[in-house]
Design a binder for this molecule. Structure first.
Ligand code: HEC
Ligand code: HEC
Length: 281
C-alpha cells in the first residue's frame, strides 16, 4: 500500500462503536418551526446514502445543536438582520436599493429551495450570481465579494425566507449536463490523500475524522454560521476547505466547477428543509 493511501486509511479509521451515527433528536426551531431534517433519499442516489438523507445538524454536539433551536441564540441571525437593513440601503449610480424593485424580501420565498438553476441563456446560476447581477446591472453598484459578509448575509436573508421548505433542485433538462459534471467531481479523488467527497461524506458519514464527526456534507443550511470562524460561511468556501484538507489544489469560489458541484451536492439533499442559517462547529 502506498504511503498516501495509508494516511487516508488512518485518517478515516472507524470510530469506536459507541460514537457513530446521527442522533434521533427533532429539529424544531423556536418551539414551533418543524424542520424535515431526515428525508427519504432521492432516487438518483441509488441507495448510496442508505434510505435517508440527513441534515448535518444531527451529527453535532448537543451544545452546537441548541444554538440552532432558537433564533435568539443563533449567531447567524445577526447577519440576517443586518442584511434586512441592507436591503433598504440605496447604493450605486442608479440610486436604488434592493427594496426599490423588490418590495419585500419575503417575495423570494421558495427561491433558495430551487437553487442552483439554469437561466434562459442556458447558464447554471447560483444565488451569488443573481444578487451581483442586480448590483452591477440594475443598481450600477460594485459587486459584492463572493464570501464577503454583505454577500453571504444577503444570501442567508434570502434563504431564510424559504426556511422549512424542502430542497427541490432540478437535475434534468438543461440542468443535466451540469449535474453530471458535479457528480463526477464528487467522486473524483483529490490530493495527496486521494480522497473524494464521497470517501468522507458517503463512505464514512457517522465516523470520526480526528475530532470531527463526519456528516453527509449537506448544504441545506447554507450559508452556515461556523463557530470556528465566527461568521457565515459560503458553500464554495466550505468546498474549498474540504478539498484543501485532502492536500490538493482547489478551485476558486465562483468557478464553474464549484457551481456544478453545488448543484450536485444540493440535489443530494432534495427533500431536506432549507435550514438557513444553520449553526455548525
Ligand atoms: C432596478 C431594479 C432592481 C434592483 C435595484 C434590484 N433588483 Fe433584483 N431583480 C430585478 C429584476 C428585474 C429581476 C429579474 C426579474 C425577477 O426575477 O424578479 C431581479 C431578480 C433578482 C433575484 C432573482 C429572483 C428570481 O426569482 O430568480 C434576486 C435574488 C434579486 N433580484 C435580489 C436582489 C437584491 C438582493 C438586490 C439588492 C442588492 C436587488 N435584487 C436589487 C430588479 C432589481
Ligand atoms: C477528508 C475528509 C473530507 C473530504 C474528502 C471532504 N470533506 Fe466535507 N467535511 C469534512 C469534515 C470533517 C466536515 C465537518 C463535519 C461534517 O459536517 O461532516 C465537513 C463538512 C462539509 C460540509 C458542511 C456540512 C454541514 O452540515 O454544514 C459540506 C457541505 C461538505 N463538507 C462538502 C464536501 C464536498 C462537496 C467535498 C468534496 C469536494 C468534501 N466535503 C470533501 C471532511 C471532508
Amino acid at each position: 500500500m502506498k504511503f498516501t493511501a495509508l494516511t487516508a486509511a488512518a485518517l478515516l479509521a472507524a470510530a469506536p462503536a459507541f460514537a457513530g451515527g446521527p442522533d434521533d433528536d427533532a429539529l424544531v426551531i423556536n418551539g414551533d418551526v418543524e424542520m424535515v431534517s431526515k428525508a427519504d433519499a432521492p432516487a438518483h442516489l441509488d441507495g448510496a446514502l442508505g434510505d435517508k438523507v440527513i441534515s448535518g445538524w444531527h451529527y453535532r454536539t448537543n451544545e452546537t445543536q441548541a444554538l440552532e433551536l432558537d433564533d435568539f441564540d443563533n449567531p447567524g441571525m445577526i447577519f440576517v438582520d443586518q442584511a434586512l437593513d441592507q436591503f433598504e440601503v440605496v447604493e450605486g449610480a442608479a440610486g436604488k436599493s434592493c427594496a426599490s424593485c423588490h418590495e419585500d424580501i419575503e417575495s423570494f420565498a421558495g427561491l433558495t429551495a430551487e437553487m442552483p438553476k439554469v437561466n434562459e441563456a442556458g447558464e447554471l446560476v447560483v444565488m451569488e450570481d443573481l444578487v451581483n447581477t442586480c448590483r452591477t446591472e440594475r443598481m450600477e453598484a460594485e459587486p459584492w465579494k463572493w464570501s464577503g459578509a454583505e454577500m453571504q448575509g444577503m444570501i442567508a436573508a434570502i434563504a431564510h425566507q424559504s426556511r422549512g421548505m424542502p430542497m427541490n433542485v432540478a437535475i434534468d433538462g438543461p440542468a443535466q449536463e451540469y449535474w453530471e459534471q458535479g457528480k463526477e467531481m464528487y467522486y473524483t479523488r483529490y490530493g495527496q490523500l486521494e480522497l473524494s467527497c464521497a470517501s468522507c461524506h458517503e463512505d464514512n458519514n457517522g465516523n470520526y475524522i480526528r475530532a470531527d464527526h463526519l456528516s453527509q456534507g449537506q448544504i441545506n443550511g447554507f450559508p452556515t454560521y461556523r463557530l470556528k470562524q465566527a461568521k457565515l460561511i459560503s458553500k464554495h468556501n466550505r468546498f474549498r476547505g474540504c478539498i484543501r484538507d485532502t492536500r490538493a489544489e482547489t478551485f476558486a469560489e465562483g468557478s464553474d466547477e464549484f457551481r456544478a458541484l453545488e448543484l450536485y451536492v444540493a440535489s443530494r439533499g432534495n427533500g431536506l428543509s432549507v435550514e438557513t442559517p444553520a449553526v455548525r462547529q
